[in-house]
Design a protein around this ligand. Structure first.
Ligand code: DX5
Ligand code: ZN
Length: 370
């Protein structure tokens, strides 16, 4: 395989079938490009795109040329790159090439490139009757969100909740997470007043912190969180999330968490309109949408939570805030794909991880869910 162009971009090319992938950015004319071989020249491809894919002409930022056995067989473009999202279009010149898997390998390369760019999402517009393209994009982790739109979320984090762990073997369970593909560990603190259940506090958080290198994500389901946010931050939480419904001074809570060196999240219960958090999005690091009534693990996902995620996604994108969307309750491999597709980035999962025969495999299934 020969790679030209921006090599770091191309490290995720997996297919041995691809001889050459040529990449250029911004201005195709300036890019390193040796004349493609028949049967398709570069101008053929340009012409093809103009005639067939006119909608893909705007603001082109980057193109991958796909060459196999010395022939240019197609191209993949990223458009409308805005720092967060890009639209991806793929052009493969005939079904034989498509079948050989070149398109799939090239699309994977683009996804890798988008990750390198720290893009949050890739979007593709695919006609309903274009079954080969739909199969191709779905096979690479894109999820259909309406009739034409397919979304691939770049950021996918699983945060297993130790509420469902075996407390008699907590260190063992946390070390297991440390070896898993979960990037975060979710710690649910309940005071028996804000929610009708009591879980644990600082004495449990500390050994969790010691047992893992992962991000410790503390979810405070307690009244008057301002009294404790600093201590939870100093006890080793990377994120401290408090409830909107539990305080009358959101700013003070966020500021206290930041002052203690942690990242600040706010959570809303199922009955709370997610738009209440809008004015704080710029200073928040995360919004946590509860998809069950807080208090207990093992409940069913409340379906309307997906609309809350979509609304919040639009709010965050509209104002350009650097704020993650986390969702908590009733999540497992069956619904993880659509929740990621709606725009959530961090999925909390308790019983679906610790109740699984193979918790590490359950985490992978959620990460790769379609
Ligand atoms: C509920 C907690 C959740 C809970 C999730 O109040 O905030 O984190 O542990 O558990 P599952 O995934 O079982 O719904
Ligand atoms: Zn939680």
């Amino acid at each position: 395989m020969l790679l030209q162009g921006n090599i770091c971009t191309l490290r995720s090319v997996e297919s041995k079938d691809i001889d050459t992938i040529l990449l250029w950015e911004n201005d195709p004319a300036l890019a390193p490009f040796s004349d493609p071989h028949p049967p398709y020249s570069r101008s053929d491809i340009e012409e093809f795109i103009r005639s067939e894919e006119a909608g893909f002409e705007t603001n082109r930022q980057m193109r991958l040329m796909i060459e196999c056995e010395g022939k240019t067989i197609g191209a993949i473009d990223l458009f409308d790159y805005d720092g967060e999202q890009a639209e991806v279009g793929i052009l493969i010149h005939n079904e034989t090439n498509r079948r050989k898997g070149y398109a799939r390998a090239a699309l994977r390369a683009v996804i890798g490139y988008a990750r390198d760019l720290r893009l949050k999402r890739l979007k593709a517009i695919i006609a309903d009757d274009n079954l080969p393209s739909r199969a191709l994009f779905e096979g690479c982790g894109f999820v259909k969100t309406d009739n034409f739109t397919y979304i691939c979320n770049m950021k996918r984090i699983i945060a297993p909740s130790i509420l469902s762990a075996d407390f008699g073997n907590l260190e063992r369970d946390v070390r297991m997470l440390d070896e898993s593909r979960a990037e975060w560990v979710h710690v649910d603190v309940m005071d028996g007043v804000f929610v009708p259940n009591i879980s644990f506090g600082f004495p449990v958080l500390k050994p969790v912190r010691t047992a893992t290198r992962k991000v410790v994500d503390t979810h405070l389901m307690i009244c008057d969180p301002i009294r404790y946010v600093e201590r939870f931050a100093k006890a080793g939480s990377d994120y401290v999330t408090f409830h909107y419904e539990a305080t009358d001074d959101v700013d003070a809570c966020i500021d206290a968490i930041h002052a203690a060196g942690a990242k600040a999240g706010i959570s809303v219960k199922p009955a709370t309109d997610v738009r209440v958090v809008e004015k704080w999005l710029h200073k928040l690091d995360m919004v946590l949408i509860m998809s069950v009534e807080p208090g207990f693990g093992g409940q069913s996902f409340i379906a309307s939570s997906l609309d809350k995620v979509r609304t919040l996604r639009e709010m965050i994108d509209a104002c350009g805030a650097n704020c993650l969307i986390e969702i908590d309750g009733g999540i497992g491999e069956k619904n993880a794909g659509e929740i990621f597709a709606a725009g959530a980035e961090v999925l909390v999962a308790g019983s679906s991880v610790f109740g699984a025969d193979d918790p590490k495999a359950a985490i992978v299934k959620m990460l790769e869910a379609k």
